[in-house]
Unconditional design. Structure first.
Ligand code: ACO
Length: 387
């Protein structure tokens, strides 16, 4: 079969990447079902088939007046494509009317007998119908789809947006309140009868092309557990060197890009922390915490507070890159308030200043915690890379 291209999502050309009609196609290939075009030509056997089809329509489209169904099915301007099982039994079909001068056809009724629905016959029927109608120089299909059947028609490439110029179809078909007008373009060079094979071939072609461009199909075993399980004396787990992990270098990863990204993240972290420090410093309640507590002024302070901290010390630690994680920075800021409340009584000005400053700065700390940069992680990897 020659290679043909349909739209990448299939639906542009009314197909979808579905193999839905495969079962019915196999039955057709085995001669178990056939698709027959039937008109009211007086032939006894054909009339019987039209009656069977009319009965399926009447049962499956209960809202449609029965007389109307009879009128159209037996109207000589209408034709029907029937799915015939075992040469005699009609299991579904389409009743339609062609407008040759306008190069479109209207689907009046479409149904599959109740116990055989959602088995692919409806899709196969539509594909066979398109294959047939394509040869009659029909360019578009129109139908008033029952609201329950819009999903089905959508999957067969019907759209509510009507591309045909109104002059071509208005006045030719009757308006119908109970349904949604939908249109399908019948592509002149698509092999609708073999559409599933065509799509499968296209899909395979795309997969082969993608495979040539990506390494996605290469799967390596995971990292050996013992390579990272050992604990060092300080409790850190030694991180695995990224370049030693199979597949990392192949994926285009470079230590230069990584370091650049890490630098950017660390810079963002530094800026965020510095902003918090500046905000604290400017606050009207920050004055007791700007500098370390003077031992001469408060002789017993360092006996009570064993882990002192202040805004100036935090800034110095930040500049010396001592904050390897957000948590360490946040912990230090929080310690200013904890120390203050431990040393001072609740009715003191210091205690109140700690509460006030904390209230303001808490939002900034929360924001910092939510930011995606994680200097702690990069630090660990940095250690490894420098090994
Ligand atoms: N609503 C939404 N999706 C549907 C419907 C529906 N009513 N019927 C089928 N589908 C879906 C199927 O799930 C399937 O999707 P999938 O490929 O993603 O799995 C796809 O459409 C095709 O399924 P088929 O098995 O090929 O369809 P089926 O053989 O059931 O035929 C038909 C569809 C003709 C709508 C049938 O269900 C039927 O006779 N329904 C009752 C009568 C009816 O509603 N006819 C259309 C009225 S509009 C008109 O006549 C102009």
């Amino acid at each position: 079969m020659s290679q043909q291209f349909v739209g990448i999502n299939g639906e542009q050309t009314g197909l979808g990447f579905t193999n839905r009609d495969q079962g019915a196609k196999v039955e057709e290939d085995q001669g178990l079902i056939d698709f027959k075009i039937i008109t009211n030509n007086g032939n006894h056997e054909r009339m019987k088939m039209l009656i069977d089809l009319k009965n399926i329509f009447a049962r499956q489209l209960p809202k449609m007046p029965k007389e109307y169904i009879v009128r159209l099915v037996f109207d000589r301007n209408h034709e029907s494509m029937c799915i015939v099982k075992d040469d005699t039994k009609v299991i579904g079909g389409i009743c339609y009317r062609k407008y040759p001068t306008q190069r479109f056809a209207e689907i009046a009724f479409l149904a599959i007998t109740a116990n055989l629905q959602v088995k692919g016959y409806g899709t196969r029927l539509m594909n066979k119908f398109k294959e047939h109608i394509q040869k009659q120089d029909v360019e578009y299909l129109l139908t008033y789809a029952d609201n329950y059947a819009i999903g089905y028609f959508r999957k067969q490439g019907f759209y509510q947006e009507i591309k045909m110029h109104p002059d071509r179809w208005k006045g030719f078909i009757k308006d119908y309140d109970g349904g949604t007008l939908m249109e399908c373009y019948v592509h002149p060079s698509i092999d609708y009868g073999n559409i599933s094979d065509l799509i499968r071939e296209q899909k395979q072609l795309m997969i082969d092309m993608i495979k040539k461009l990506t390494l996605n199909d290469r799967v390596y075993p995971g990292i050996e557990k013992q390579n990272y399980k050992m604990e060092t004396s300080n409790g850190d787990r030694p991180a695995v060197k990224p370049e030693s992990v199979q597949g990392i270098m192949e994926s285009g990863w470079t230590i230069e890009d990584y370091n650049e990204l890490k630098k950017q993240k660390e810079k963002t972290f530094m800026i965020s922390c510095q902003q918090i420090i500046d905000t604290m410093r400017k606050h009207k309640s920050a004055w007791p915490f700007l500098e370390p507590v003077n031992k001469d002024d408060v002789p017993d302070y360092y006996d009570v507070i064993t882990d002192p901290i202040d805004i100036k010390t935090i800034e110095k630690k930040l500049q010396n890159n001592q904050y390897t994680s957000k948590d360490l920075f946040i912990k230090d800021v929080k310690r200013i308030f904890i120390n203050c409340r431990n040393y001072n009584q609740p009715d003191t000005i210091y205690y109140k200043c700690a509460n006030e400053l904390e209230r303001t700065i808490d939002d900034y700390l929360k924001k910092l915690k939510d930011e995606s940069q994680i200097p702690g992680v990069s630090k660990k990897i940095k250690k490894t890379n420098n090994k």
